[in-house]
Write a protein that binds this ligand. Structure first.
Ligand SMILES: *Cc1c(COP(=O)(O)O)cnc(C)c1O
Length: 377
């Protein structure tokens, strides 16, 4: 008996009627790109985040690039970010010709370490700081923003995994000069295809991103800057509008599931439960635990043998991947926390529509594994 790590069909079934109606509305409208659905979604998503502007784009990677360009980062500028992230964060920086510099992570939060950022800011002339709210946990924005301000840097938040995460009661994505979101199907707010958005409180930044996403147009057929094609289509925008109504409830369901995991597994000595900073209310895009060093492979294999799926986000930090190894500058003292935790992290199944009995089976299997001295059955 096996269970899925993630179940996108269950996410559709939960709101089938509204999603079907949204699709029919767009198909019948005769308008498929940058129309009323996209405009309405942008307004609704900005409001939900308590931000002034939202600009829909084609995907989360484009959103990182357009946010960086929107705030004024140019080719040749350096952007400080983490290596413990989806490779897209770094790919977007390089695609626009900017230069990534890697900052280590805080070993408990798994997000950008302010101490490491301070060393990077001393060693390099950094134009923008790009923290990632990984797994839906909040980066330490108070400390990061203060350092950025001190060094005259722009701040762009990668919120691809943090739709609705709260830091001191404020939504992730409203702390920097701009923020990027992904609506890749497995994200907390997922489309039925690709999608993304840039969020900002700055009207000039919003205007620039709006222009960049459509050929650099200032008005129809007149390009005032070099632009792209990166648009959120009407169909995806309509799906996202339908789903946004349930996002608070679904994020809260993830919070409940996370609390249940901690309740059931927190006593196991060989495991480290996720750390949540006291000022953060995460949205649990992933539920990531740690085994002891050297014990992970056996743990994963044993669970898989019992039909329990797990994943690793991410097995290899970006600076150790073939496309990046040996050519990107980093914190002068290295990325010790990044390299250490990637040997120990394991993601357990976590999605809003996950049946509680799955969580029970997962926890029973883990309990059983450790009751047998970590040797499986
Ligand atoms: C998913 C993700 C992205 C990229 O989003 P796409 O929509 O796949 O392009 C960027 N950053 C992070 C942290 C992500 O998780």
């Amino acid at each position: 008996m096996s269970m899925p790590f993630c179940d996108l069909k269950a996410g559709y079934d939960a709101h089938k009627q509204e999603l079907d109606a949204a699709a029919a509305r767009v198909l019948n409208s005769g308008w498929h790109i940058l129309g009323p659905e996209c405009g309405a979604f942008e307004e609704e998503y900005a409001k939900w985040n308590d931000a002034a502007h939202c600009i829909g784009v084609a995907n989360g990677t484009d959103a990182v690039e357009l946010a960086l360009r929107g705030v004024g980062v140019e080719a040749g500028d350096k952007a400080a970010t983490v290596s413990h992230t989806a490779v897209a964060t770094v790919a977007a920086i390089e695609r626009m010709g900017a230069i990534p510099v890697f900052v280590d992570i805080d070993e408990r939060r798994f997000t950008m370490s302010p101490a490491s950022l301070a060393r990077v800011l001393e060693a390099h002339k950094i134009k923008a700081v790009l923290p990632v709210h990984l797994y839906g946990q909040c980066a330490d924005m108070d400390a990061i923003s203060a350092l950025a301000r001190e060094h005259g840097c722009l701040v762009v938040e990668d919120c691809a995994q943090a739709h609705g995460s709260l830091l001191n009661g404020r939504k992730a994505g409203t702390f920097g000069d701009a923020a990027s979101f992904s609506f890749y199907p497995t994200k907390n707010l997922g489309a039925f295809g690709d999608g993304g958005a840039v969020l900002t409180n700055n009207q000039a930044v919003a205007g620039k991103v709006q222009s960049l996403r459509q050929y650099g147009w200032e008005k129809r057929y007149i390009s005032s800057i070099q632009g792209f094609n990166s648009r959120l289509d009407e169909l995806q925008a309509a799906f996202l509008r339908a789903r946004l109504k349930y996002l608070d409830a679904e994020n809260n369901r993830r919070r409940q599931l996370a609390a249940m995991y901690v309740d059931r597994l927190g006593h196991i000595g060989g495991l480290t439960m996720p750390f949540t900073a006291p000022d953060c209310s995460p949205v649990w895009h992933q539920f990531v635990i740690m085994t002891e060093t050297g014990k992970r492979d056996d743990f994963i294999k044993s669970l898989a043998g019992g039909g329990i799926p797990t994943a690793i986000h991410y097995p290899l930090p970006v600076h150790m991947q073939p496309a990046y190894a040996g050519r990107i500058a980093a914190d002068p003292v290295g990325l010790a926390a990044t390299e250490a935790i990637c040997q120990r992290i394991v993601s357990l199944p976590m999605y809003a529509a996950m049946p509680e009995e799955n969580l029970e089976k997962i926890c029973a299997a883990i309990d059983n594994y450790y009751s047998n001295g970590g040797k499986g059955k």
